[in-house]
Design a protein around this ligand. Structure first.
Ligand code: FES
Length: 123
């Protein structure tokens, strides 16, 4: 059975599992704060489940290709829409900053949970 590593957790899923559903079942922060409420619930239209994927997964669907061809997704065509991905083997997931997950810096990686911002003392 394939293993998913994301946000410092590793867990097993059935081959062919939907990646979005598998991550949410493990309480992994797939969406940015705003997108947790406003997302398309896996229909491939909002683009907010955008993530970095390494490993064995299905090819992009037609919906995914249409949704990621425009800005801001276009700059990171190697990333995927989790809701359109089937897990076929072991995978490692990274989430990036930005409303869609379209930024340059990671929020969490396969081995590390969300970055804790340092507290700034008040003057
Ligand atoms: S949840 Fe909207 S595109 Fe994936």
């Amino acid at each position: 059975m394939p293993m998913i590593t994301a946000e410092g957790k590793t867990f097993e899923v059935a081959e062919g599992s939907n990646l979005r559903e598998a991550l949410l079942e493990q309480d992994i922060n797939l969406y940015s704060a705003g997108a947790k409420v406003f997302n398309c619930r896996g229909h491939g239209t909002c683009g907010t489940c955008f993530i970095g994927v390494e490993g064995s997964v299905s090819e992009p669907t037609e919906e995914e290709t249409k949704r990621t061809i425009f800005h801001p997704h276009f700059a990171h065509r190697e990333r995927r829409l989790a809701c359109q991905v089937k897990v076929m083997g072991n995978v490692s997931i990274t989430k990036f900053e930005g409303y869609f997950g379209d930024g340059e810096d990671s929020i969490w990686t396969p081995d590390r949970g969300p970055v804790e911002l340092p507290s700034i003392p008040l003057p």
